[in-house]
Design a protein around this ligand. Structure first.
Ligand code: TXA
Ligand code: MG
Length: 353
C-alpha cells in the first residue's frame, strides 16, 4: 500500500486534505493525523473495518481499548454517560489533553459504541482534542474518531509525521503532516468510574492541575507488577527504543554507568538535561533534552530523543529521571516503561550491566 503524505498548516489546514482524509475514514480506512499530544491513527467509531485496521496496522493487542475523540458534547453523549464532576472537568480541560474513562452509553439493549473500541469493557475513554487538524477531521467525518497513538505497538509514540512513516509506511493509506505536536506526551487518562478519581496514565494535564480542579486524585506509583491492571494498556511493554535502556536519578550514577559500558567497548547514548550534559564523556552520544526548569521542552523532546537514539546505532541508552512534579510525572512514567523499569541506583548495579 502506498502511504500518501499530505502536508497542512496546523493552524489553517487545507480543506481538501481534510476532506480527502475524512472520505478515507468514511470508507473504512485508517488515517494518521496530528493532535496536540502525539500523532493518532484514526478510524470512524462506526466502521468495524476501520477499527480492525487500526489493530492490524499497529500490531496492537485487540483487548487494548481505544480513545474516542469527539468534536462536541453531543458526540460525547452518543457514546458515554457523564455526571456533574466529569462535566466540570470537561469544562475546564476540554478541548485539551485529558482523557476521561466514563460509563458506556446504552440504548435499550444496545450500547452506543462497538466492543472493538472498548475492548469489551463497560467503560469508554473519551477526549476532545484541541488540535485544529484533529477537530476539522472529526467535523468533516461527522462522527467521533477512535485513535490510539500512530506508532507500531510497543514503540515510542510519534510526535512528527516522519515518526509515523518510520513505523507505518506502506501499512496505512495516508498521514496528515501538521508538523511537530505540541506536548509530545500523550493525554492524561483519568478513571472517573470510582471515587476518588484515579490517574491511569499521567500525561499532558498534570496531577497538580487535576487536584486543583477537583481535590483528591489518586496517582499510583506504577511499577512492573500491576497484578490486575486497571487499564489494559498498563500490562504491555511500551514506548521502547530498539536498544536496551537504563535509567538513573543521580547523574553521578549515570556517568559511572556510562564509563563502565564504554570501558567494555559499548557505544553509549545518554539522554540528559542541559544542566548535566557536560558531566558525561565526550565519546558518549549525549542528547540534551532541555533545561530542568523547562518541563515542557523535556516532555516535548522525549519520544523524538528515544527514536533518535535508534538512528544513531548505539548499543545502550542511559536516561535521567526527573523530580516528580508536573509534566515530569508523565516523562518518568514513559521512561520507566520504555526501560522495563530498569533504574540504576548503585555502582554495583552499573557493574552488572
Ligand atoms: O494523547 C493521546 O491520548 C493519544 C492521541 C492520539 O489522542 N492517544 C493515545 O492512545 O495515547 P493510546 O491508545 O496509545 O492510549 C490509550 C490508553 C491505553 O493505555 C488504553 O489501555 C487506555 O487508554 N484506555 C482506553 N480505554 C480505556 C478504558 N475503557 N478503561 C481503561 N483504560 C482505557
Ligand atoms: Mg500508545
Amino acid at each position: 500500500m502506498r502511504t500518501a503524505v499530505r502536508r497542512v498548516d496546523p493552524l489553517r489546514p487545507d480543506v481538501r486534505a481534510i476532506e480527502e482524509a475524512a472520505a478515507l475514514l468514511a470508507q473504512g480506512a485508517v488515517v494518521a493525523f496530528p493532535t496536540e499530544t502525539v500523532y493518532g491513527l484514526g478510524a470512524s467509531i462506526y466502521s468495524p473495518d476501520g477499527l480492525k485496521e487500526i489493530f492490524r496496522a499497529k500490531g496492537r493487542p485487540s483487548d487494548n481499548p481505544l480513545i474516542v475523540h469527539v468534536n462536541d458534547m453531543a458526540q460525547l453523549d452518543l457514546v458515554a454517560v457523564a455526571g456533574d464532576v466529569e462535566r466540570s472537568l470537561m469544562k475546564k480541560f476540554w478541548p485539551g489533553p485529558l482523557t476521561l474513562i466514563l460509563k458506556r452509553r446504552k440504548y435499550g439493549d444496545q450500547v452506543g459504541i462497538s466492543d472493538l473500541v472498548t475492548g469489551g469493557l463497560d467503560t469508554v475513554a473519551v477526549r476532545m482534542p484541541s488540535h485544529r487538524v484533529a477537530r476539522e477531521l472529526i467535523r468533516a467525518l461527522g462522527a467521533p474518531i477512535a485513535a490510539p497513538s500512530a506508532n507500531t505497538s510497543g514503540r515510542p509514540s510519534p510526535t512528527t509525521a516522519a515518526h509515523v512513516l518510520q513505523d507505518l509506511k506502506g501499512r496505512i493509506p495516508m498521514v496528515i503532516d501538521g508538523g511537530e505536536t505540541t506536548f509530545g506526551v500523550e493525554s492524561t487518562v483519568l478513571d472517573t468510574t470510582e471515587r476518588p478519581f484515579r490517574i491511569l496514565r499521567p500525561g499532558a494535564i498534570t496531577p497538580e492541575d487535576l487536584r486543583e480542579a477537583i481535590g483528591e486524585v489518586i496517582l499510583d506509583a506504577g511499577g512492573p507488577v500491576e497484578s490486575r491492571p486497571r487499564s489494559p494498556g498498563m500490562k504491555y511493554r511500551h514506548y521502547a527504543p530498539r536498544q536496551p535502556l537504563a535509567l538513573f536519578y543521580d547523574p553521578q550514577i549515570g556517568v559511572y554507568a556510562c564509563r563502565h559500558l564504554m570501558a567494555k567497548g559499548k557505544r553509549v547514548g545518554v539522554i540528559a538535561p542541559s544542566e548535566h550534559r557536560a558531566y558525561f564523556p565526550h565519546e558518549a552520544m549525549v542528547i540534551d533534552i532541555g533545561g530542568l526548569d523547562d518541563q515542557f521542552s523535556i516532555a516535548h523532546n522525549l519520544f523524538s530523543s528515544l527514536r533518535h537514539m535508534d538512528e544513531r546505532g548505539v548499543d545502550m541508552i542511559l536516561a535521567e529521571l526527573y523530580p516528580p512534579t508536573g509534566l515530569f510525572y508523565a516523562v518518568n512514567n514513559r521512561l520507566r516503561k520504555a526501560a522495563g523499569y530498569l533504574v540504576l541506583s548503585s555502582t554495583a548495579e552499573c557493574d552488572a550491566l
